[in-house]
Design a protein around this ligand. Sequence first.
Ligand code: NAP
Length: 475
Amino acid sequence: MAATVEERGILLDGAWVETGSWLEVRSPYSGELVGRVARAGAGEARRAIDAAERAMREPLPAHKRAEILVRVAAGLGRRHEEVARTIAAEAGKPLAAARIETRRAMSTYTMAAVEARKLAGEMVPMDASQAGEGKLAFTLRVPVGVVAAITPFNFPLNLVAHKLAPALAAGCAVVLKPASQTPLSALLLAELEIDAGLPPGWLNVLAGPSAELGDVLVEDPRVRLLTFTGSGEVGWKLRERAPRKRVTLELGNATPAIVDAQADVALAAELLAANAFSFAGQSCISVQRIYVERSIYEEFLAHLLPRVEALRLGDPLDEETDVGPVIDAAARERIMAWIDEARAGGAEILTGGELEDGLLRPTVIANAAPDLKVSCEEVFGPVCTVTPFDSLTEAIGLANGTRYGLQAGIFTGSLAAALRAARELEFGGVTVNEAPTFRADQMPYGGVKDSGNTREGPAYAVRELTEERLVVIAG
Ligand code: NAP
């Protein structure tokens, strides 16, 4: 039995509202009903924007915003286990990973509180030209306006936190649409914000048909910034449809890791095995493509494969489980089809490649041609490829051979190789002797190429969420 079976209204203008119809939330593991959430439509979306716009007419001072953010972090601490169990129940994320996500959300709020207190413009040196002599000028950082946020299922708490916390730090009211599969964690976080003293209208949370709600959020001119985390397929289309808004996109990746002959092979295998299969590979920076220098290829596999085979599949609410389900049957079938395509294309399945009690077994694929989907598209499942290389030039070329560019990693004992990889890997972030899945919430996080157009992490997100307003004072 899932820990949280509940019915929740959506949050509109400070009130929990029922709409007369419900969205069902089911466990991706057992299919059992985890909760019901009131289903919103276009009317509720417009009311949410009304409420957000009204709220922003009475700005909250920075110290109050910071205090609320600190209290949300404390609330997450107090209700830590309940929050983690909600994530595990609705997303199918193993409990250990759900607890880590909850701690990360606490850190996201704590850091956003710091940003709220530091938010300031800068002096402009007016006597730098003759025209400015005798004048004083500075910039104010003003909130961009009402923010619409759309979030994915895979980090149903912390990716919502990465939208809500910096927006409040920046002084923006938000209309949030979480993923339909995982609205409960978002609504629980909203409850913590209300309990922390957030006045009505500053946060509104909708659940319901994405296209209908998305249309209102995209088309309503009062929404000044649309912030989206999810697939490129949806994200880039939303951006095209909103040319007059600021649209920030955090999208997918086909994450590469390079292991050269100077690397600590055991460490690389340990970290890459853990980070290719955590949450069944459903992280935007899950390790997917591993390139290993030919002279250590067999040694690397000898370390990697036993670790992968030791991962325990099962119920995400079971403390022993390492790998749970993918989000739904459609995802499972797509991933199996990609594995079958690799098999038919001459690749070798070293382990996995099949279902065990309905769950995808962690799968390692060798000799996968570069044009196979598993080699260049985002699998978003418990699958990685391993490929030998003969030179760093070749490895970097293979790693860059994708339309994505979120994070990449290199394991090496050579400083020169590390620095070269940092310069030449076309990604938003490069890790050295750490899995490319590593993220801490203070980092500037985001992609290049098809992976996105922004950086998140409270300190970076508040730059997007504010405008610089110039003030010139004649002397
Ligand atoms: P998705 O299918 O793109 O869904 C993301 C969000 O967009 C959901 O809330 C979804 O709502 C909504 N949506 C779908 N169609 C829409 C439309 N026409 N208008 C407005 N909203 C719409 O992505 P996902 O499957 O949840 O997440 C997986 C993807 O997210 C992967 O590609 C992953 O790499 C990426 N991701 C990126 C990051 C990052 O920080 N870069 C982090 C995590 C995940 P419904 O659920 O109601 O359909």
